[in-house]
Design a protein around this ligand. Structure first.
Ligand SMILES: NC(=O)C1=CN([C@@H]2O[C@H](COP(=O)(O)OP(=O)(O)OC[C@H]3O[C@@H](n4cnc5c(N)ncnc54)[C@H](OP(=O)(O)O)[C@@H]3O)[C@@H](O)[C@H]2O)C=CC1
Ligand SMILES: [Mg+2]
Length: 389
């Protein structure tokens, strides 16, 4: 339910700036009378007066949130204003700040005032706040930003010395993202992943590749512009295909020498320029294990921040029956093999790297990796009906 149109009398309306809030009780009755299943409690929208009635076009919370973020990306003044009431996630050399509460970890947010105090305490200019990037907002339109306290800093104070003092001051610890992802809930993990990717991109794109001049970030951090030739640079992700190959009864798992000991995953590879997803899957499977893909089926996608931002495009593939002999490309992989449904289902159930290494068995990527989801899908439904490649 994204858009609704309806009419009501003036006393049911509250104005807030250029937005309106409908009297909740009225809306609930109205929507229930009209057979809507009201699952969200608040809608914003636009209104125009028609005789004694107001005509409303109501937008869902998701749409208003999206429109608000779009406005902040386009309008530097609006974005700067949003910082006044916004909240900031903090990083140190791309490691997010985490705080422990009981047995759980969380990513704390700081107000502008708290951030200004912190920067002043550590001898940094509050101008640095302009290096922050917009990463989202709450349903109440509290804008969320991320700032790296040392990247691009002109402060002469040694960054590593400052780190532990900052951690004491902030009652938390700056934790490497790979580790942080295992300690956070999915929502925080996804926000911090986006934040780190954006902070990293800005750090690596300080100069125009044509003029060599420093580029300037817009307030939200959704782009950088070269002041001398007006070239605009947008943050980029590299498309990567990840494929779980099956021969109908078994699936193919492989490992690179850089993987943690004992971990096996699906085949992955960067798309070459000019390739479709289907072509990239066929090429990667042929390059890495010497097999020809017969059919494939798209499953899902995921942003993956390591080592740089990738858009992981996940799919299931099958190979021609009777053509299942693997020829491992040792320049790319350390090992690859066929695994039975039972073996993979057992590994999935006991996916504990420590115990599985001890037993000499293999283990699979963690839950938050799309490779895990692909493998789980195959175990639950090994015979999906894919499209020809
Ligand atoms: N989320 C998940 O579930 C999973 C994510 N992944 C991610 O998928 C990505 C790709 O997998 P991988 O098997 O390594 O890829 P490839 O099989 O394509 O091999 C990697 C090599 O490709 C070259 N390469 C080509 N284009 C690029 C590019 N745009 N960026 C970096 N390297 C490039 C590099 O070679 P050279 O260094 O010689 O230049 C690199 O070492 C990895 O970054 C990995 O983190 C992988 C598995 C699971
Ligand atoms: Mg690969």
């Amino acid at each position: 339910m994204e858009l609704l149109d309806f009419y009501c009398q003036c006393e049911n309306v509250l104005f807030m700036g250029n937005k309106i809030l409908i009297d909740i009780q009225f809306k609930r009755n109205h929507l229930l009378q009209n057979g809507f299943d009201l699952t969200m409690s608040l809608y914003c929208g636009i209104a125009c007066r028609r005789k004694s009635f107001w005509c409303f076009r109501l937008l869902s919370t998701y749409v208003t949130k999206t429109r608000y973020l779009f406005e902040l990306k386009e309008d530097d003044d609006a974005c700067k204003k949003a910082q006044q009431t916004g909240a900031f996630y903090l990083f140190h050399s791309l490691a997010p700040l985490l705080q422990k509460s009981g047995h759980q970890y969380q990513a704390p947010r700081h107000s502008l005032l708290e951030l200004e105090r912190l920067l002043a305490k550590f001898g940094q200019d509050t101008q640095r706040i302009e290096d922050s990037v917009l990463i989202g907002c709450s349903e109440q339109h509290e804008a969320w930003f991320a700032l790296d306290l040392v990247l691009n800093s002109s402060s002469s104070i040694n960054a590593s010395l400052q780190k532990s003092e900052m951690e004491t001051e902030l009652k938390g610890s700056f934790t490497k993202l790979r580790k942080a992802l295992f300690q956070l809930n999915t929502k925080d993990a996804s926000l911090l992943t986006t934040a780190q990717a954006l902070l990293r991109w800005h750090d690596a794109h300080q100069f125009c590749s044509r003029s060599g001049q420093p580029t300037k970030k817009n307030m939200a951090g959704s782009k950088r512009v070269c002041p001398s030739n007006k070239i605009i640079y947008y943050p980029q992700m590299a498309p990567v295909v990840i494929t779980l190959v099956s021969d109908g009864t078994r699936c193919l798992l492989a490992r690179q020498s850089s993987f943690p000991k004992g971990m096996y995953s699906a085949l992955a590879g960067f798309c070459d320029i000019g390739e479709s997803m289907e072509e990239a899957v066929r090429r990667e499977v042929a390059e890495e294990v010497g097999l020809e893909v017969e059919t494939l089926q798209y499953s899902a996608s995921q942003h993956w921040p390591f080592p740089n931002s990738s858009l992981m495009i996940a799919c299931h593939a099958t190979v021609k029956p009777g053509q299942t002999e693997i020829q491992v490309n040792l320049k790319e992989l350390e090992a690859a093999g066929w695994f039975s449904h039972d073996e993979v289902a057992t590994a999935l159930r006991k996916n504990n790297p420590y115990t599985q290494q001890q037993n000499g068995t293999f283990w699979l990527p963690p839950k938050l990796a799309i490779a895990h989801q692909l493998i789980k899908e195959w175990v639950e439904k090994p015979s999906c009906s894919p499209l020809p490649a």
